[in-house]
Write a protein that binds this ligand. Sequence first.
Ligand code: SF4
Length: 366
Amino acid sequence: MSVLLSWFWDNHRDLPWRKDRTPYSTWISEAMLQQTRVTTVLDYYPRFLERFPSPQALAAATEDEVFKLWEGLGYYSRARNLMRGAAYICEHFDGELPSEPEFLLQIPGIGPYMAGAISSLAFDRAVPAVDGNCIRIYCRLHALPLLPSEKSTYDEIYARVSRDIPKENPGDFNEALMDLGSLICTPKSPHCSNCPFATTCSANLLGKQEDFPLKKPKKETPVEDHTILKIYIGEKILVRKRPDKGLLAGLFELIDLPGILEIHEVESWLITNLGIKKGASDIRPLGASRHVFSHLRWNMLGYEVHLPASSAKADKKRKNITSVKADKKDTSVEISIAARAEALGKLVTPEEYDRLAFASAIRAYR
Ligand code: SF4
């Protein structure tokens, strides 16, 4: 395995989290890198560390603050886990990440891969960090016909890496596997001629690189249709916060209606839910977009809706606004629609709107 370290020292990527490494910065970078491209994380990592330079700072932050800095990185459960983890580290480990995997594993959000990465990269412990890259490389090196998602595969590869990882430079060894998996031993069309294992890798010698590891038969991704409404009421915009559990938990969203609605159906919804008179709303199509989650696809159609003050004259007579005292007609109208809107979500000013963390799924309509 010394060829791997030599290759790494000559070819390693110059990444910001590899400079001035601390256990905390390693934890943050590893959390950001899960399921996310290195190039995407490059922007987020320094901003996040500057704003939250320690577990104490992160533990004291509000969820909205953390989500705002995380906006666009996706998989927000990672941000929530970092907050929970930071609180745990402050409470149980005096604000310092521990060095041994068994203690790291007690921290919410830290699993075996991350515990191995922190322990080896930040504390020089000879602990494997087995992820998808590592499994793919080992399956190819030894022509192992294993399914990556099986626990038995993980155990097998963990045992093999445990035998190979050196006592000196164990962090470099794990990082070398990460880089080799990202740059050379890629899932499709690996660059075997540039690989330090080219002459010993069983899959390469067999010419069957892409046969290892085994692939699970693909399942059809379920598809959901959504209509997204960006509704302006006066100067304000109607938003909602998603529930604390489930998909995109805790993030803000625009009004999201099931199905792909045509413009007249959107108008009907506005009449029913906001008391708008027929023909009085300004509805502008924003076009179609789609977002692919790991397990689900959303097809979306968006509309921007402006509710003019005149549309609500009839509202003055509605029961639920008779208590509203307003001298000017238009003001009374605006309040009545606003009152209905507040039952659906929250009206925010454009400045407040810009500070909220939204799901990147609706980026096209943001
Ligand atoms: S020789 Fe090819 S298949 Fe084997 S580890 Fe290297 S890049 Fe992967």
